[in-house]
Design a protein around this ligand. Structure first.
Ligand SMILES: Cc1cc2nc3c(=O)[nH]c(=O)nc-3n(C[C@H](O)[C@H](O)[C@H](O)COP(=O)(O)O)c2cc1C
Length: 153
């Protein structure tokens, strides 16, 4: 096991060792011919951080508002389907981590933990991502459950 995590690829290696291949591939690979995955990796690798020295950073803040709510930085955890398959209670852990750091968490429609399970185990309400399905009654019920979950936190 790696002692120190220094970059995303270190996390990738740990993930690979910890989960069955199908779960690793689900998160690691792209769809179809993986053209978009390759293009994204290539585009992102061109972005560089410019190092500066002797600059006072003691008063820098990334705080902002997202949809009117205060956030510690302009980031959200996007919905990731089947998170609970990668790690037991994965959705709860991810939501707790987001809330601890002060950014919104989005629960995917395709989650392992139920909306209520997550709500009962976190401090604050979270976002819910909805896949609109043909069965509108089912979709309506999901919206209702997401709305009610805010009262369980
Ligand atoms: C493994 C995986 C699972 C995802 N599952 C969902 C999902 O269930 N619902 C959804 O709306 N988006 C899903 N997405 C899309 C992400 O939420 C996100 O929008 C996308 O990865 C782009 O994020 P970025 O702008 O940070 O690169 C998934 C992405 C990945 C890589």
């Amino acid at each position: 096991m790696l002692k120190n995590i220094t970059c995303i690829d270190d996390l990738r290696q740990i993930h690979k060792r910890r989960v069955p291949k199908a779960f690793f591939d689900y998160a690691d690979r792209g769809s179809y011919a993986e053209e978009t995955l390759r293009a994204n990796i290539s585009d992102m690798s061109k972005l560089k951080f410019r190092q500066r020295i002797l600059v006072d950073i003691s008063k820098r803040s990334l705080e902002t508002k997202i949809l009117g709510e205060p956030a510690s930085m302009p980031l959200i955890l996007a919905p990731i389907g089947l998170t609970g398959m990668q790690h037991g209670d994965g959705e709860i852990h991810a939501c707790r981590a987001a809330q601890k750091i002060g950014i919104p968490y989005t629960l995917s429609t395709m989650s392992i933990c139920s909306i209520e399970d997550v709500a009962q185990n976190v401090e604050k309400p979270f976002w819910f991502q909805l896949y609109v399905m043909k069965d509108r009654g089912f979709v309506k019920a999901l919206i209702e459950r997401a709305r009610n979950a805010a009262r369980l936190c």
